[in-house]
Design a protein around this ligand. Structure first.
Ligand code: 5GP
Length: 113
């Protein structure tokens, strides 16, 4: 299922892109929940992490590695940051294209709501 994120990958709608490579794209969330709120998404249309397969293992690792790399680029390595993946209705997922939220720039509460 194609989503708004596929349109961002295809440059059919604009986004503030901060990183791109062959496998993934990182861009600012349109409705930021912290001073830094960036989404890291695979170019492959995987709806959610629960629907990934063993063929996606390297890609999943690449998303995490890219997330920490973008965190460093955004100056968050010293202060810290949080990576979040929402999955399904109870997880709070609203866009069915796998994405890692990178949140930082302020202290984040725990546990989440
Ligand atoms: P989810 O709730 O699925 O974990 O996260 C989806 C995220 O995508 C939300 O934080 C939402 O603000 C963001 N989002 C939805 N539509 C757009 C869009 O068109 N552009 C950007 N940059 N972010 C979007």
């Amino acid at each position: 299922m194609s989503t708004i994120f596929s349109k961002i990958i295809a440059r059919e709608i604009p986004a503030r892109i901060v990183y791109e490579d062959d496998l993934c794209l990182a861009f600012h969330d349109v409705n930021p929940q912290a001073p830094v709120h960036i989404l890291i998404i695979p170019k492959k249309e995987i709806p959610r992490v629960a629907e990934s397969t063993s063929a996606d293992e390297l890609l999943l690792g690449h998303l995490l590695y890219t997330a920490q790399s973008v965190a460093k680029q955004e100056g968050l390595h010293e202060t810290g940051f949080r990576l979040v993946i929402n999955n399904g209705p109870d997880g709070g997922e609203t866009v069915p294209h796998l994405h890692v939220h990178l949140l930082g720039g302020r202290p984040l509460g725990w546990p989440p709501g």
